[in-house]
Design a protein around this ligand. Structure first.
Ligand code: ATP
Length: 231
């Protein structure tokens, strides 16, 4: 579904990605791991059209590198950035409705689905989003993106700063996405959640892919874990 090859990316004159090859299959959960500053966020921001890149990014066979973010989103790629992006003066429910994709006869997700997955959001549906806790805002950002009905969702560190119980909730939520046929590209630091839910993992170091394989292969590869991950 997503095929990236020979991707280079730049912030002005800084050359950040050095020939990245990466793929996500239909209905697959793939993790992109690495230390802070290794280039994981830059990779998904480049896919989303937010950073200048060279090389090839194909989505369902179409070249999307060089296209505008709204076009890429319209084609079915959702992006949940690391910093929580809610509309603070709107209620939780209004935030969800804003994410809704118009014109779909049978939407894959409704606000009721989101409330079922995250009961805490239902309790707070009439509350202004700006007063929610960081974790709740993170959940709301995820849910709002999902309301846009993406076929592939890219999520940057969804568990950052969340309590362990909520991390488990997010893991269940990501598995539920897969059950409904949504592919996931997950940027993570936490090896445990990535190993638990993904089918394949990539590890980045200094803007290049330094490992690609199954969670079992990564678990067994002590060298990669010590050299490129914080474990
Ligand atoms: N807007 C920017 N302008 C210039 N350089 C940047 C910018 N954003 C990131 N970088 C640099 O690009 C490199 C890769 O950063 P990136 O954010 O992709 O890493 P990351 O693996 O996602 O880690 P993090 O979790 O810290 O975001 C780093 O050296 C970083 O300093």
């Amino acid at each position: 579904m997503l095929e990236i090859s020979g991707l280079h990316a730049y912030y002005g004159k800084s050359h950040i990605l050095h020939g990245v090859d990466l793929g996500v299959g239909e209905g697959e959960i793939v993790s992109l791991l690495g230390r802070n500053g290794s280039g994981r966020s830059t990779t998904i921001r480049t896919i989303m059209g937010l950073v200048d890149g060279e090389g090839s990014i194909r989505f369902r066979g179409d070249q999307i590198l060089g296209r505008k973010p709204f076009d890429i989103a319209y084609r079915g790629i959702g992006y949940v950035p690391e910093n929580r992006e809610v509309f603070p003066k709107l209620t939780v429910h209004q935030n969800l409705l804003l994410g809704e994709k118009r014109g779909r006869k049978t939407p894959r997700w409704t606000a009721a689905d989101m409330y079922r997955m995250f009961p805490r959001l239902e309790e707070r549906q009439h509350t202004e989003a700006g007063v929610l806790s960081g974790g709740e805002q993170q959940m709301l950002t995820l849910c709002r993106t999902l309301m846009g009905d993406p076929d592939l969702i890219m999520i940057d560190e969804p568990t950052e700063g969340l309590a362990p119980k909520i991390v488990e909730l997010v893991a269940d939520y990501l598995k539920e996405l897969k059950n409904r046929g949504v592919s996931v590209l997950l940027v993570e630091q936490k090896l445990t959640i990535a190993l638990e839910i993904s089918e394949r993992c990539y590890v980045m170091g200094h803007g290049s892919i330094v490992f690609e394989g199954t969670p079992a292969a990564l678990r067994a590869d002590e060298h990669v874990r010590k050299e490129w991950l914080e474990v």
